[in-house]
Design a binder for this molecule. Structure first.
Ligand code: UDP
Length: 320
């Protein structure tokens, strides 16, 4: 673990990683990365790497968890043991149970659970690399994976934390800011600004909380844009692929086309034979005189004549 930095913000107002106070880390989202899941998403938020998979709506096991009026939403957050600096002990712990609970609650309200009574919607998130803000990164990925699974939702949920370092509010905490800062406030919200997750670690004044919420709202709006764009790009690609498939002929079409082609060949063959016959017939009539002119006997006679005549001429010439 790194030591506590002396200062988190330099004289130019920039943070340790060069970001401005209200700047979020880069986000990269890939939709539909897992073939076996109904919906999935790979997401990078700075150095955080998470993968989310959604299954359902599907049968509930164990059955006693079934709700006859709506679908139940289950959320499992897990940190891979290789995702952190010091190897994390595999399996669930108090922290992952807490993160799973609050994340489920952050998403559940956005899902039209009443459409799928007696069923379950399962969300699994694996943190492959952790660098502060994994619960917000995981929520962003889960939200996209739910959309990818075609689960009817009121909207996407976008998440981003704000906090305080050097008595200054900053957006989207880095690892050092999270570990040694004065406050960490992960937030998730819907597009219309409804907060679905708000936790706080540390101390803030009411004024700071208000200002921080405005900062986080802007951060979530930026996250939302990336989520939306990733989904749109994914479905544009799928649409293109479907159109290509539509253009490609089916097996039946290929067989029918081949049969038609074969019968056309037979017809064309007959026509060709007829054409050839007609041509031959025509030529035979027209070319008869030519053939007659070229009768070998006559040719020979003419050739003979020429041969005979030539020496005569030459002889005559020579006599002259
Ligand atoms: N962390 C760790 N080991 C753990 C749990 C967390 O190294 O067992 C690190 C990890 O980088 C994580 C950060 O501490 O992102 C902050 O953890 P926190 O509990 O605040 O949750 P997060 O910010 O990831 O949502």
């Amino acid at each position: 673990m790194s030591d506590k930095p002396e200062k988190f913000i330099d004289e130019n107002g920039l943070r340790l990683d060069g970001r401005k106070l209200d700047q979020i880390r880069d986000i990269k989202i890939e939709v539909g990365v897992l073939a076996r899941a109904d919906g999935s998403c790979y997401l990078e938020f700075g150095k955080n790497m998470v993968i989310a998979a959604v299954y359902g709506p599907r049968e509930v096991h164990p059955r006693h968890q079934q709700d006859s009026t709506r679908a139940i939403v289950r959320y499992k957050y897990n940190m891979a043991s290789f995702s952190v600096e010091d190897r994390k002990r595999p399996g669930p712990d108090r922290r992952s149970t807490e993160v799973s609970k609050v994340s489920r609650e952050a998403l559940e309200d956005q899902v039209f659970t009443e459409y799928f009574p007696k069923s379950a919607i399962d969300i699994f998130v694996e943190v492959l690399q952790a660098d502060a803000g994994t619960r917000t990164a995981a929520l962003n990925a889960a939200s996209v994976a739910l959309a990818d699974a075609g689960i009817p939702m009121r909207g996407l949920v976008s998440a981003c934390a704000f906090g305080k370092v050097d008595d200054t509010l900053v957006l989207d905490l880095s690892k050092d800011e999270d570990n040694y800062g004065q406050a960490d406030v992960p937030i998730a919200m819907t597009q219309d600004g409804k907060i679905t997750l708000l936790q706080m670690d540390g101390h803030l004044t009411p004024e700071e909380l208000k200002t921080g919420l405005v900062m986080a709202q802007e951060g979530c709006r930026q996250v939302y844009e990336v989520q939306r764009q990733a989904l749109m790009d994914h479905y544009a690609k799928m649409q293109d692929a479907n159109e290509d498939e539509t253009e490609a002929p089916s097996v039946e079409e290929v067989i029918t086309a081949e049969e038609n082609e074969a019968s056309e060949d037979v017809n064309t063959g007959t026509e060709e034979v007829e054409e050839v016959d007609e041509e031959v017939a025509g030529e035979t009539v027209e070319e008869v005189p030519e053939i007659k002119e070229n009768v070998p006997e006559e040719e020979d006679e003419e050739t003979d004549k020429e041969i005979v005549e030539e020496p005569d001429t030459e002889e005559e010439d020579s006599h002259e």
